[in-house]
Design a protein. Sequence first.
Length: 195
Amino acid sequence: MTLADQFEFIRSGRMYNDLTPELIKAREEAVFLTNDYNASFGKTSAERESILRKLLGAIGKSVHFEPTFRCEFGRNILIGNNFYANFDCVMLDGGGIEIGDDVLFGPRVGIYTSNHAIDASERAAGGCYAKPVKIGNRVWVGAGVHINQGVTIGDGAVIGSGSVVTKDIPAGVIAAGVPCRVIREITDMDKTGFE
């Protein structure tokens, strides 16, 4: 099975073997590219963007990760325009990660699309499964947030620091907590007049 076939199988949500030589090699390539990207701080934005385009599946205009950034494969990550992630962002992207436009991440945000098998013998043999994560446009994710597999976060949502997101979050709300839950809707009262 080719690497592309394996990624398609992984994204199907079925149990897969995390220990195939192709997946191990793809992870190693991602480590080398993230090392190059993290070491490129201070280089031109074109040089840094070139590394991200080799690493990630697709990126829009103005995509930036503060060092350090780590991902599992990279090629399953699709990011829109005007994305900023503060330091120590981690993305386990086997199941696929889609991020919209104008998205901000605080420090130490983690997205985890993959999970190990529950059964100990399956887990020891490399059994894993994955589900995609989708983040809409104009989302702000606070510091130390963990986003678990299968979650969709709607447009304009704000996720409070330290939250663990285990279920979908609708558009236009502030959500926080462990587990993360909707606190309230974002309204015109939240506008400050800043331009």
